[in-house]
Design a protein around this ligand. Structure first.
Ligand SMILES: [Zn+2]
Length: 308
């Protein structure tokens, strides 16, 4: 990879590995933290959209340095924070509902990028033996204060015993991982036979994404390094030892993302418009015309991946 001032350029497609076969897709500003402009590329072969160039891993931390990065806090001061936490509470129930087919004995779950541990706590209450991973020190400490078992060192994540979990969850986390495909392969090894990898990602082909274009909060550059659609998730699953068994929309995300996007646009009538855009996005998704603003993909481990 070529190195430029804290950024690195990607030369091969991170999903299909084809060299240099991508075109410039869109430029977007980091509205949340740095105000810097980043570019998106799309692979002509597999269709993966990715942030390119992107912050080098050792330089990425500073793009997370914001009190506004609310998935990392339990603070509920502003209106957006209140909305976020209200929605989160409702969504926890829905997310747990997606795991109801997990065998009822010795249920084990690993939540990667667990933030302050809200989902871990909810899963624990449902009888799961839970473990979390969170690289951010502040949210990790908050989670640990709740008595949760949360790792912070990548080496610990790497050295977990193979076949030790029934479920691994990545709630809006995969798009942040610089080597997402290798991580998925690793999670496949950590899962028992038939185990589930649950992946929630923003969908850039949704109506709200198209409406807000480069103001769409779901891009969240440069924190989001990859931007998926149904085909690229399916291909990622195949390449890492999984198959997609279920897809489900997250209807609240369209409102939340639209509200944030309007915030970035500083539109005085924004909140009202966000409700309309978010609502219409859900109608189109419900009718199957567009993807939902964010979707959850339930991937089941196949036996097709050997040890590397
Ligand atoms: Zn590709």
């Amino acid at each position: 990879m070529k190195k430029i001032d804290g950024l690195e350029a990607i030369e091969n497609c991170p999903l299909c590995d084809l060299p240099g076969a991508f075109f410039s897709f869109m430029d977007c500003r980091d509205h949340l933290v740095s105000g810097e402009v980043f570019s998106l590329c799309r692979c002509t072969n597999c269709g993966l959209v990715f942030t390119n160039p992107r912050p080098r891993e050792e330089n990425a931390e500073r793009y997370y340095q914001s009190e506004k990065y609310i998935s990392h806090t339990d603070s509920q001061k502003g209106t957006m924070e209140k909305v976020y936490h209200l929605v989160r509470k409702h969504m926890l129930k829905k997310k747990l509902g997606m795991l109801k087919h997990t065998p009822s004995q010795n249920k084990t779950l690993l939540d990667v990028g667990c933030g302050t541990g809200a989902f871990l706590e909810a899963a624990q209450n449902e009888g799961f033996l839970v473990k979390g991973f969170e690289p951010g020190e502040k949210p990790r400490e908050t989670a640990r204060r709740k008595g949760l078992d949360v790792m912070g060192d990548k080496k610990e994540l790497k050295s977990l015993k193979e076949g030790s979990f029934q479920v691994v969850t990545l709630w809006h986390v995969l798009e942040h991982m610089p080597d997402f495909l290798n991580k998925m392969k690793h999670f496949s090894r950590l899962l028992k036979t038939g185990g589930l990898l649950v992946v929630a990602v923003p969908m850039y082909k949704s109506f709200d994404a198209g409406f807000y274009k480069n103001f769409w909060a779901g891009w969240d550059l440069p924190r989001h390094l990859f931007h998926f659609d149904h085909d690229t998730i399916k291909l990622s699953a195949q390449k890492s030892g999984f198959k997609v068994v279920k897809t489900q929309g997250l209807p609240f995300d369209s409102f939340y993302v639209s509200l944030l996007s309007e915030d970035y646009k500083k539109n005085p009538m924004g909140k009202l418009r966000a409700v309309v855009v978010g609502g219409w996005s859900n109608v189109l998704a419900f009718l199957g015309k567009k993807p939902w603003s964010s979707e959850v993909f339930i991937l089941k481990k196949t036996n097709g991946l050997s040890r590397r």
